[in-house]
Design a protein around this ligand. Structure first.
Ligand SMILES: [Zn+2]
Ligand SMILES: [Zn+2]
Length: 208
């Protein structure tokens, strides 16, 4: 897997472009600045396969509409985050409005895996930050895209609508900490880390 990390949009949210060897790309959480994504694809000579959304907060979906019209790619999102997606990802209360993308074509509660080109991602349901949050785990690459659930030395906030601290901790323990220690964690914000590092050093996990 070849991977590009692009901090995009109003909060500099990590957008990941992950490709197979043939250059078919999964665009994970494009939060804004669609032109930067389009430029990166053009520079690399990659083809967009799917847009994968870990969840529907505005800072993860802001470029979806533009990318869909430019690339004509399907969007995948868990059905429980669809109302949040349609309402603009909770950005309105911060004055952040943008054109919302078309309804997702892939409802992730119906599929245990999603395949983009030659890459198969396991869909891991990890609610607690939002009600329909998922993580995308690529076992062959040893990588998990964790959205706003697990960060280096941090966990997702649970004070937003649909948040639950207990549910978030359960999601992390059952769906993420069960992955091998060497698994790379690519979060929605901040640097990449590993499951092993967070298991040992993350203060929110140690205290529990
Ligand atoms: Zn979020
Ligand atoms: Zn975020």
């Amino acid at each position: 897997m070849e991977l590009l990390t692009l901090p995009l949009g109003p909060l500099g949210t990590n957008c990941y472009i992950a490709t197979d060897t043939a250059g078919t790309a999964a665009i994970i959480d494009p939060g804004g600045d669609a032109e930067i994504v389009l430029q990166a694809l053009a520079t690399k000579g990659w083809r967009a396969g799917h847009i994968l959304l870990t969840h529907a907060h505005f800072d993860h979906i802001g470029a979806v509409a533009e990318l869909c019209s430019a690339l004509n790619v399907p969007v995948a999102l868990h059905a429980l985050d669809l109302p949040l997606y349609r309402s603009g990802g909770g950005g309105r209360k911060y004055g952040l409005t943008f054109e919302v993308g078309p309804d997702p074509e892939v409802a992730l509660d119906d599929v245990g895996t999603i395949t983009v080109g030659a890459t198969t991602f396991e869909v891991r349901f990890v609610p607690g930050h939002t009600v329909g949050h998922v993580a995308f785990y690529a076992p062959e690459a040893g990588a998990v895209f964790s959205g706003d659930v697990l960060f280096e030395d941090g966990i997702g906030r649970t004070d937003l609508p649909g948040g639950s601290y207990e549910r978030l901790m359960l999601s992390i323990r059952e769906q993420l900490l069960t992955l091998p220690d060497a698994t790379a964690v690519y979060p929605g914000h901040g640097p990449a880390t590993t499951i092993g590092r967070e298991r040992q050093l993350n203060p929110f996990l140690a205290a529990d």
